[in-house]
Design a protein around this ligand. Structure first.
Ligand SMILES: [Zn+2]
Length: 227
């Protein structure tokens, strides 16, 4: 297997586009912490407020709660620009309206790098991706394709088949764990038997492996989609 390339460093603003609260934290928060520590600007755009995401909680209560958890989570990795677009959780669809919102967010934020979600059908054999994620990733790709020049320099997706990686430190990893753990109510209901701190640490461990194809360094991987 070819070694992973170093993620580009010659940029200033990244726009992270995801479907739900907690999506940035499940994959890329350690990299975000590194970048904001270097003085880069990172903005989060979320299609939904995750209002269907907590079992037994009404959407009208859940949406605002999860927005609050997401803002606290973003703050842990140096992100204070977080926007929620109000598309329906669990019914995200690659519509013209969603593509138009993606394009509007990119045009307004003027990122050098757009970071989206994995849009493939399976993370690994037997581990299917969520439909919301697949629809959302497809919408981002299509919207990016249709942007007028000059487009952002790169579109990457976080996910299981990286082409590039960002080395992260112990401090980045600690911040990523703290960031994911801010989704307190979400994680508490998701897995009542496992302490939130352990859930967060286990997940960040999985997404910041020491990669043999990246000099053995702990890192976050991204797949280059377009440049
Ligand atoms: Zn999600």
């Amino acid at each position: 297997m070819a070694d992973l390339a170093e993620f580009p460093t010659d940029w200033q603003t990244a726009l992270v586009l995801v479907a739900h609260p907690d999506d940035p934290e499940y994959g890329m928060a350690a990299a975000v912490h590194r970048w904001t520590g270097e003085g880069k600007r990172v903005v989060y755009g979320l299609a939904t407020s995750g209002e269907e995401g907590i079992e037994g909680m009404a959407p009208a209560e859940c949406g605002p709660l999860r927005e609050g958890e997401q803002r606290a989570s973003a703050a842990r990795v140096g992100v204070d620009e977080v926007e929620f677009w109000g598309f329906p959780d669990s019914a995200v669809t690659n519509t013209p309206e969603l593509r138009a919102k993606v394009a509007e967010a990119i045009t307004r934020t003027r990122p050098d790098v757009v970071l989206s979600m994995f849009g493939g059908a399976e993370w690994a054999p037997g581990f299917p991706n969520q439909r919301d994620h697949m629809e959302f990733a497809a919408a981002v790709r299509a919207a990016f394709d249709a942007l007028p020049e000059p487009r952002p320099g790169w579109l990457f997706e976080n996910g299981p088949h990286p082409t590039h990686a960002v080395a992260v430190t112990g401090a980045d990893i600690e911040a990523a764990i703290a960031s994911l753990a801010e989704h307190r109510e979400y994680l508490r209901v998701l897995d009542p038997d496992t302490p939130i701190a352990k859930q967060a640490a286990d997940q960040v461990e999985r997404t910041t492996p020491a990669r043999e194809d990246f000099g053995g360094r702990r890192s976050v991987g991204f797949a280059l989609v377009e440049r």
